[in-house]
Design a protein around this ligand. Structure first.
Ligand SMILES: N[C@@H](CCC(=O)N[C@@H](CS)C(=O)NCC(=O)O)C(=O)O
Length: 182
């Protein structure tokens, strides 16, 4: 197994969907990644038949010599490897249940450092902003959180760069349907 986490390959559709949180955590941890976008059902079937998709679904992330599926498992793997899964046992536990979220005073959800839950919340907030402009106006703490995390160097570069996917369009939805995605 190679340990070159710094290069990864993501297979998904050319849209945010489930993969955007994976892209964001890769941006935050400095993992460079290339992407294959599924173009048609035949390509999806070929991938399935190759045995790479444990549950016949994408996203698929090839990293460290592994072919990982299941969005949350992928995010957890990267978070554990890059120390974004909580420093102490308590933080690790909070990461799972988020019971301690509101107690953090650092500006991050758990503990004093950025962690994977900050990144998955960021993606939710960015979507809120994109799809319902002004939705966060009455939530200054969420807004401040969004600004803080999205300004971090790796994340800002990703959000401003070519790998950031646009909002879902009707065309994208139709494309997913032709791939047989629900
Ligand atoms: N629990 C999975 C769900 C993956 C999933 O539903 N992927 C969709 C695309 S967004 C898919 O591959 N659908 C095809 C199918 O289920 O046959 C995850 O979190 O990765």
């Amino acid at each position: 197994m190679t340990t070159d986490t710094k290069k990864a390959h993501l297979t998904y559709v050319n849209g945010r969907g489930l993969s955007e949180s994976i892209r964001i955590i890769m941006a935050a941890t400095g993992i460079e990644f290339q992407e294959t976008f599924l173009q048609n059902k035949e390509q999806f079937e070929t991938l399935r038949k190759a045995g790479d998709l444990l549950f016949m679904q994408v996203p698929l992330l090839e990293i460290d010599g592994m072919k990982l599926v299941q969005t949350n498992a992928i995010i957890r793997y990267i978070a554990r490897k890059y120390d974004m899964y909580g420093k102490t046992l308590e933080e690790k536990t909070s990461m799972r249940c988020l019971a301690e979220v509101s107690r953090s005073t650092s500006g991050y959800l758990v503990g004093d450092n950025i962690s994977m839950v900050d990144l998955t919340l960021l993606e939710c907030l960015l979507n809120c902003d994109d799809y319902i402009p002004g939705a966060l106006d009455d939530f200054p703490k969420l807004k401040a959180f969004q600004n803080k995390v999205s300004s971090l160097p790796g994340i800002k570069a990703f959000l401003d760069g070519p790998q950031r996917k646009g909002k879902i369009t009707e065309e994208y939805i139709q494309h997913c349907k032709t791939l047989g995605m629900g």
